[in-house]
Design a protein around this ligand. Structure first.
Ligand SMILES: [Cu+2]
Length: 365
């Protein structure tokens, strides 16, 4: 049921391990040596032991009060050791992986997707479990991927202790399907379900999202969100790419700044072969602007909020506003491990090392 685009769009754990192993082996070589960065795989327990717990503070004191007056006294060597430990732990394994394609069943010509909103214990960083809300047990929720013209049904069952509703952000739907309690529908009470059904309109292709529209500061912040990708009926209407990654940004109460539901060093790196065109789909489900900065290669912004730009433009840092989706293509011309992070520095790095919205793009030879 998955298209080939889907099956190649995600980096499997096995392939990721292979890519990193390959890098590790070649890290001493001339091509990759300039970064001096070696990635060694760690067990979750190792990583938890190595990463200082207060680097996980995220939105807490660390992120908002990084002033010289409250820096801990530490020697240069102590500080370097903490930075090194974080990088060596990356990508640290954790339980749970969100944003994976959601299978559907066909009812006649209607694609039927099922979502269950529930409380989950989520490992946002190695060894750090937080009480979160997820769809189908993960956050971000599973990826819903459809094509222009599809008839779809999304059955939402609520197992939360509070009411909820789902809004399909960016998707053009009939008013009654808009998912806003007391405006277009009653809230979905605990134990109840609601059925959303609509046809995907032509011209609506691109990167969108679905999320709670009830008690949203808590519910979306805790993880009731997911990617909603609409493929074009005619692929020629979108910029071509070889591989794609979705990057969901969040800054909610689940423990700070996250990329696809995880905080560094538990974030997943993205991989590409040299010469590939890599499509990044940035989705900001948080409350702050996150300027995502890729080292090494420019990003060409090709679409905003799903709509293809008449005139794409290059940036090295893309401002992703709350509610926005930005699609950017990177020509993977430069081999190596390239840092990729939010450039609000208090979302990414402190004296204890990198945390939060940090990952890497790995370009293999
Ligand atoms: Cu940020």
């Amino acid at each position: 049921m998955m298209s080939s685009a889907q099956s190649t769009s995600r980096l499997s754990r096995r392939r990721l391990t292979g890519a990193l192993g390959l890098l590790g082996a070649s890290a001493a070589g001339a091509a990759i040596a300039p970064t001096g960065l070696r990635i060694e795989r760690q067990t979750s327990a190792d990583a938890a032991a190595m990463v200082p717990s207060h680097s996980m503070a995220g939105m807490g004191e660390e992120s908002t009060t990084t002033t010289s007056s409250n820096q801990e006294a530490m020697t240069a060597d102590e500080m370097d050791a903490m930075h090194e430990a974080g990088v060596k732990a990356f990508p640290a394994p954790t339980a749970g992986l969100g944003g994976q394609p959601l299978d559907y069943v066909l009812d006649g010509d209607v694609k039927v997707f099922s979502l269950i909103a529930q409380v989950v214990e989520w490992e946002v960083q190695p060894g750090k479990f937080v009480e979160a809300f997820g769809y189908n047990g993960v956050l971000p929720g599973p990826e819903i991927r459809v094509t222009e013209g599809d008839k779809i049904r999304v059955i939402v069952a609520n197992q939360l202790p509070q009411s909820t509703a789902v809004h399909f952000h960016g998707v053009v739907v009939p008013n009654s399907m808009d998912g806003v309690p007391f405006i277009t529908q009653p809230p979905i009470k605990p134990g109840a379900a609601f059925i959303y059904e609509f046809t995907i309109r032509e011209g609506n292709a691109g990167t969108h999202m679905y999320h709670s529209h009830h008690n949203a500061t808590e519910q979306v912040g805790k993880g009731l969100l997911g990617p909603f990708i609409i493929e074009p009926k005619d692929p020629a209407t979108r910029p071509a790419h070889d591989v794609e990654y979705t990057v969901v940004l969040n800054d909610g109460p689940i423990g700070g700044f996250s990329l696809n539901g995880k905080s560094f060093p538990a974030t997943q790196p993205f991989a590409a072969k040299r010469g590939q065109r890599v499509l990044f789909r940035f989705i900001n489900e948080g409350q702050m602007i996150h300027p995502m900065h890729l080292h090494g290669m420019p990003m060409t912004i090709v679409a905003e909020d799903g709509y293809v730009l008449a005139q794409p433009f290059k940036r090295d840092t893309i401002h992703v506003e709350p509610g926005a989706r930005m699609e950017a293509i990177v020509e993977a011309t430069e081999p190596g491990v390239w840092a990729f992070h939010c450039h609000v520095l208090s979302h990414a790095e402190s004296q204890h090392g990198m945390f939060g919205m940090v990952t890497a793009l790995i370009v293999e030879e």
